[in-house]
Design a binder for this molecule. Structure first.
Ligand code: C2E
Ligand code: CA
Ligand code: CA
Length: 963
């Protein structure tokens, strides 16, 4: 702000040159200099004066009323003579005066620039001081109000600032606040704390400044012009206004403003610069101050938070220490429980532990006796009441707690009150403070743990009660466990005693058992021996032989050089010997046979009895095949020597079959089986010899196998059919019945007779199934073949009687085909009767009871004992073909004799007789003469399929025709 031009000094009279010179020397500025000259000129040439003008403005040189009096050295100032004196400018004294003036002008100019410099320096100094003070203000801890006041004062030193305000702007919320506002006129000033929306001062000069984000300066009119927008005055109209924004970064966050209502004062560019500068500085300082305050605040907050945390931690540490103390006390109590110390030391230890937790100079433990009648004090330490003998249950404070079943914490006053109220009686010294807790187990207060203080220095508190209660649970627990332990110890002792007793008893029992075990083992060994040995000869049996053979095969497969062989030995005609000399002799013979075979062998070889008169030998480590054959021959020789049994001398012979090791064998049974077949071939070759199972036999065996497979195929294809051979009543030539004979319609070999396959069928177990196929067809054909008294005879293999279903099945078959049982006859052989007499008898009786007649077939070939006739329900017998074949006319012929005898006996027993295999009319005639009425044979007819016979009468030419 610049001051208005100074008021002119009062004109002094300058009439003389001397006066002028004096004035000139006195003049402190160019104006005064000019004035002094003017006064002199006017005094000499009235109407004249001297004016100051700018040096470039001397365009009017031609004007005679004006003349340059003097110009300074720098040509900055020019003084001109104006008026009549101008004409005399070149005349003395003016040239002289002009020189002087020029000199003074230079001097004054120098002075003036010096002053200017000084004043600028002063201004700069003021500004600097102001900025320092602002920075100082911001740094000090003064409150905002004082800060603002000081700021205002500082700004006042720099410019006219009677009206001053500070505005804060929040650009995010778009709000403003005036923390400081001083105005000469306006009384509508918002409170420093009031926050207003920016829109509240819409279009005001402050609003414009904040929006424009730059300093604004000027009168309302010029501002309005600058902004190109209307200006709304919020207070009385100002003369001049200067405002600068305060920024953080580039963002406006407020501003400072000064204004004047006085026409004489105006704001200059310099003021604007200064205020901008101040604003910037203020903002920086304020930011710094804010940051400091913020930092201090944060430190304060952190410190407070830390102090709080610290406090909590200290509390926790204390709590934990207490907890640890308690826990360690409990551990120690628990330890005590299991410890082996006496109860006295236990209580003392408990006392010690409780003492680490609370004041426990005086402590006692009271326990209720088992009968609940009295109270004992197993432990008591007390400075006053030194003795606590057992006593009957009364009503002292101890019993009070027992009855209460809860802890009691009592002061001497409480105790007195309780005593006065009659709730208890005082026993012993009155304590200052008493604390007792019940010891509870099995849901019952079993005792009391009490501590007391006789001194006012220590009073029990709730915390102590809590602690002691807590401890009391564990003490009760410990006491209970102690007690249980004691009982357990007693029980252990008792048990140990009993264990000793029992051990002794057990030792005795053990000895007996061991004896029994040894006996058992002996029996077991014996049994095992027996299961693997033959009872009669003591030799290994089939099972043991197979076991050893199995091992030998294994070794051979591992090492084929370990050649071995199996011999199958069968005594020739042993059955005959057995039957003729009796079983005992037979047994003796077998025993000796075993011995002789053994003698022919090396010790590592095995001889086994397979059953009956069959023996087998396993020869190991053979040199070659011949070695096996040599052994076999040795055996045959040995057995050919007579045997001496008692006084008897018995001769026998043996046939031996040999099977030699080969890679084709996998199982022991296979070798035995092949040795068996070789033995059969030896027998077939004339007995008393050895035969080796060779390729020929193998082929035969394979053929057998083939047939077996064939048989099974035949079964599935129903290839087995009955052929029927008529049985004749020879007296009238009438057919009285048929025998059903098995035929196999072989797909390649034609119709086969039983001789071709029956043995294999029996051995392979196919025969039953084959028979059932035949029986079914017989039953089917029976009605067509028989009339009222006719019948069909079927042949029943002995194997059928092994099944318990035989009778039922056959009867059911008859019933299914509605064939009366009387239409059926069953033919069996003597061999069948021998196999299992009881079973066969029962079956035959069942058949007989249903009306089926039983026929004894092939009579005369076996034992031919007529005693069977009594034992079994047999009604018919068939004279075997071998007798019929040999019949002739002579009376003395062997066959004739036998047949006649049979017929005589049968007649006497009322048994029907059928002769088989009648081929010639002579045979028929002889039989008829002997009294045999029934017969069958090729003479009458061969066996025929049913469909051929169905034509009822058999044509004569059918006789002798092949089936
Ligand atoms: P077998 O019961 O003694 O039967 C009589 C055999 O003598 C029959 O032989 C028959 O054809 C034959 N034959 C009859 N008349 C004459 C004759 O004048 N001269 C000669 N040389 N032979 C005559 P086949 O049919 O070969 O039967 C043989 C044996 O097979 C039967 O002897 C019987 O034991 C058995 N067999 C026959 N059929 C069956 C059957 O269905 N089941 C069972 N298990 N065995 C049967
Ligand atoms: Ca027969
Ligand atoms: Ca027969």
């Amino acid at each position: 702000m610049t001051a208005e031009p100074s008021i002119l000094a009062t004109p002094t009279t300058v009439d003389t040159v001397e006066q002028l010179v004096e004035q000139l020397f006195r003049a402190s500025d160019v104006e005064t200099l000019a004035d002094a000259c003017s006064a002199f000129a006017d005094a000499r040439w009235p109407g004249s004066r001297v004016v100051r003008r700018a040096p470039d403005a001397d365009s009017r040189h031609a004007d005679t009323s004006r003349a340059v009096l003097a110009r300074d050295a720098h040509d900055r100032d020019v003084l001109e003579l104006v008026g009549p004196a101008a004409a005399h400018v070149d005349a003395e004294p003016w040239p002289w005066i002009a020189r002087l003036v020029r000199q003074r002008l230079d001097q004054l100019n120098d002075l003036e620039s010096l002053f200017g410099t000084v004043s600028r320096l002063a201004q700069a100094e003021r500004l600097q001081r102001a900025l320092f003070s602002i920075a100082d203000l911001a740094a000090t801890n003064t409150d905002t109000d004082r800060l603002m006041h000081s700021l205002h004062h500082t700004i006042s030193t720099l410019m006219y600032a009677d009206n001053f305000y500070v505005v804060h702007y929040d650009p995010v919320r778009a709000t403003i606040r005036f923390p400081y506002h001083v105005s000469q006129y306006s009384d509508n000033i918002p409170a420093p704390t009031a926050t207003l929306p920016l829109d509240a001062i819409h279009d005001s000069i402050t609003w414009h400044m904040l929006r424009a984000n730059q300093p604004l300066m000027g009168t309302p009119e010029s501002l309005s012009r600058q902004l190109g927008a209307p200006l709304k005055l919020l207070g009385p109209p100002f003369t001049d206004w200067l405002g600068v924004p305060m920024r953080r970064g580039n963002i406006v966050i407020g501003g400072l403003a000064v204004m004047t209502f006085d026409v004489s004062s105006r704001y200059s560019e310099q003021d604007r610069e200064v205020l901008t500068y101040v604003a910037q500085h203020l903002q920086t300082s304020l930011d710094r101050r804010e940051a400091t305050v913020e930092l201090e605040n944060r430190i304060r907050q952190r410190t407070r938070a830390l102090r709080q945390t610290n406090h909590v931690l200290q509390e926790q540490v204390l709590e934990r220490q207490r907890g640890e103390r308690l826990q360690s006390a409990l551990f120690r109590i628990a330890e005590l429980t299991s410890g082996a110390d006496s109860l006295d030391t236990f209580y003392a230890a408990i006392h010690h532990i409780v003492g680490t937790l609370i004041y426990a100079h005086n402590l006692y433990i009271a326990l209720v006796s088992e009968d609940d009648e009295s109270i004992t004090f197993p432990y008591s330490v007390d400075e006053k009441d030194t003795q606590r003998p057992p006593r009957p249950r009364g009503n002292s404070i101890t019993e009070y707690v027992l009855n209460l079943g809860k802890p009691l914490r009592a002061s001497s006053i409480d105790i007195r009150q309780l005593t006065a109220a009659g709730d208890m009686t005082l026993q012993g010294e009155l304590p200052h403070s008493w604390l007792g807790v019940p010891l509870i187990w099995d849901n019952k207060a079993m005792g009391v743990l009490a501590v007391q203080s006789y001194s006012p220095d220590y009073t029990y508190e709730a915390r102590d009660q809590e602690l002691l209660t807590f401890v009391s649970y564990h003490i009760a627990n410990a006491l209970q466990r102690r007690q249980a332990n004691e009982e357990l110890k007693r029980a252990y002792a008792e048990m140990e005693r009993r264990v000793v007793e029992r051990t002794r008893a057990l030792a005795l029992a053990n000895r007996d058992l061991r004896k029994q075990v040894i006996e058992r083992e002996r029996i077991e060994r014996r049994l095992k021996y027996e299961t693997l040995h033959d009872q009669l000869t003591g030799l290994p049996n089939r099972a043991l032989l197979l076991q050893r053979l199995e091992t030998t095969i294994k070794h051979y497969r591992e090492d084929p050089s370990r050649l071995f062989a199996v011999l199958f030995i069968d005594l020739d005609r042993f059955k005959v010997i057995n039957d003729s000399v009796g079983h005992l002799v037979g047994d003796d013979l077998l025993f000796q046979v075993g011995g002789r075979i053994r003698n022919c062998l090396k010790s590592r070889d095995t001889v086994a009895r397979l059953g009956g008169d069959e023996f087998a030998v396993l020869l190991e480590a053979l040199r070659d095949e011949d070695a096996a054959r040599h052994v076999a021959e040795r055996i045959i020789d040995a057995l050919h020597q007579p045997f001496h049994i008692g006084v008897k001398e018995i001769f026998t012979s043996a046939s031996v079959g040999i099977s030699l090791a080969s890679s084709g064998y996998h199982r022991a049974e296979e070798l035995l089986r092949d040795a068996d077949s070789a033995m059969y071939s030896a027998k077939a070759g004339g007995r008393h010899r050895a035969a080796t199972f060779d390729d020929g036999l193998r082929r035969q065996a394979l053929e057998l196998l083939e047939i077996e497979n064939d048989l099974r195929r035949g079964l599935t294809r129903n290839a087995f059919v009955p052929y029927y051979q008529p049985i004749m009543d020879m007296r009238d030539g009438r057919t009285c019945g048929y025998e059903a004979l098995l035929r196999w319609r072989h797909p390649e070999r034609g119709v086969l007779i039983p001789g071709d396959f029956l043995q294999i069928a029996e051995e392979s177990g196919c025969i039953e199934e084959i028979d059932w196929q035949i029986f079914a067809q017989v039953c089917h054909d029976a009605r067509a073949l028989t009339d009222t008294d006719g019948y069909v005879s079927i042949n029943l293999s002995a194997r059928h009687f092994r099944s318990s279903e035989l009778e039922g099945r056959l009867l059911a078959l008859l019933e299914a085909q509605q064939v009366p049982a009387t239409r059926l006859r069953i033919e069996i052989t003597e061999g069948t009767l021998l196999e299992s007499p009881v079973r066969v008898k029962r079956a035959l009786e069942t058949f007989r009871s249903h009306g089926i007649r039983i026929v004894l077939d092939d009579f005369g070939t076996g034992y031919s004992s007529l005693s069977y006739m009594h034992q079994y329900p047999i009604e018919v017998l068939k004279i075997d073909q071998s007798f019929v074949v040999n019949l002739d006319e002579s009376e003395s012929n062997q066959a004739n004799v036998v047949v006649r005898a049979i017929l005589a006996l049968a007649n006497s027993l009322g048994i029907e007789v059928v002769a088989e295999g009648i081929e010639t009319p002579l045979q028929e005639e002889v039989l008829m003469r002997m009294g045999c009425s029934y017969g069958q044979g090729f003479l009458f007819s061969r066996a025929q399929p049913a469909r051929i016979l169905a034509a009822a009468a058999i044509p004569d030419d059918a006789r002798e025709s092949t089936p």
